[in-house]
Design a protein around this ligand. Structure first.
Ligand SMILES: NC(=O)c1ccc[n+]([C@@H]2O[C@H](COP(=O)([O-])OP(=O)(O)OC[C@H]3O[C@@H](n4cnc5c(N)ncnc54)[C@H](OP(=O)(O)O)[C@@H]3O)[C@@H](O)[C@H]2O)c1
Length: 314
């Protein structure tokens, strides 16, 4: 099969490219916005293009059987939902024109019966736009993905470890079903190999359902060996808590604000069809956190290590 991975420089896309190369013999094309800055991990065809610029990315879709859509537009100020809408529409049109058979899209968990945050509503809108085309779309809906490089996990980690005392809004009691990045990648590979998943929407989650309070506490215990004191108060507006999160963490506000807006929505798997279809031993939250922090500290060591002329520090 010819497989396209968009968002190949991102947290999920990067790992997915590695996994497709390591465990399949499919031909892989990656779509990146800056080909000069991209270091291909192996035998991949690199296409430079921006999905917000029609006419400048479509070659990436030529001869593609399955395309992974792993793009979001919360990377700049302004109306991210409008950008995501345009990006998805451009991609759907190009995929239809190129005759792509399937698209796999990683979306957000959350019940349509709830009033979804702007972030989650935008993820749903992208699902619908991609489904307008001729490609059969497989949607995987996930809550927080735990791994080194995940913006949502970085928020949890930094809040948990930078503040000994937290005055929090009531969202601290909202339930969430985080999933380890390894399990997300395994599900992506599983649906790639199963044509019967075309056109289906699945919910994916790890084995633990936790409140944000529990996630913060467990993460702090693993990272610092101590629990922060968490004091929920009834009157902290989402806007105020977004500012507060912006002050404490280094996650850019364009990304942090929409993510924090989503914490009032319970994000728990209610339909486990994919877990029943794919036999996967799901990673417990605490193991996923340990792996994420371990990878982060190894990456930190590599960044800090003195380099010698003519030698790469990998
Ligand atoms: N991380 C999570 O916890 C989580 C949870 C649930 C669902 N998801 C979903 O998973 C998907 C991937 O998320 P992620 O965490 O991997 O995000 P990420 O690390 O921020 O990566 C986003 C990717 O999108 C690319 N991109 C953005 N705008 C683009 C454009 N106009 N044209 C081409 N490429 C563009 C970026 O490329 P550049 O390098 O050029 O910026 C980057 O590779 C998203 O749909 C997200 O909503 C993530």
């Amino acid at each position: 099969m010819d497989v396209l991975v968009t968002g190949a420089t991102g947290f999920v896309g990067k790992r997915l490219v590695d996994a497709v190369l390591a465990s399949t013999d499919h031909d892989v094309t990656v779509l990146v916005r800056d080909a000069d800055a991209y270091e291909p991990p192996g035998d991949v065809t690199v296409v430079e293009g921006d999905v917000l610029e029609p006419g400048r990315f479509e070659t990436g879709l030529e001869d593609v059987d399955v395309a992974f859509y792993l793009i979001h537009a919360m990377d700049a100020s302004g109306d991210f939902a409008a950008r995501d809408r345009r990006a998805a529409r451009n991609f759907e049109r190009a995929a239809t024109a190129a005759g792509v058979e399937r698209i796999v899209y990683l979306s957000g968990l959350g019940s349509d019966a709830d009033e979804l945050s702007s972030h989650l509503a935008s993820r749903r809108e992208v699902e619908a736009i991609l489904a307008d085309g001729t490609a059969a779309v497989t949607v995987l809906r996930a809550a927080i993905i735990v791994g080194d490089g995940s913006a949502s996990f970085r928020l949890i980690h930094q809040l948990a470890t930078r503040l000994p005392v937290m005055v929090t809004p009531q969202w601290i009691h909202t339930p969430c079903q985080p999933i380890a990045i390894d399990d997300v990648v395994a599900y992506c590979l599983a649906v790639l190999e199963r044509p019967e998943t075309a056109g289906e929407t699945y919910e994916i989650g790890g084995p633990d359902v936790l409140t944000y309070r529990e996630m913060l506490t467990k993460t702090a215990e693993i990272a610092n060996g101590r629990r922060p004191l968490i004091v929920p108060v009834p009157v902290l507006s989402p806007r105020l808590s977004a500012y507060w999160v912006g002050l404490v963490t280094d996650v850019p506000k364009e990304l942090a604000y929409p993510l924090i807006g989503g914490v009032r929505n319970p994000v728990v798997v209610t339909d486990d069809r994919l877990a029943r279809l794919v036999d996967l031993e799901l990673t417990p939250f605490e193991t996923a956190v340990r792996r994420a922090l371990d990878t982060e500290s190894k990456r930190g060591d590599r960044t800090a290590a003195p380099t010698q002329p003519g030698r790469n520090v990998e």
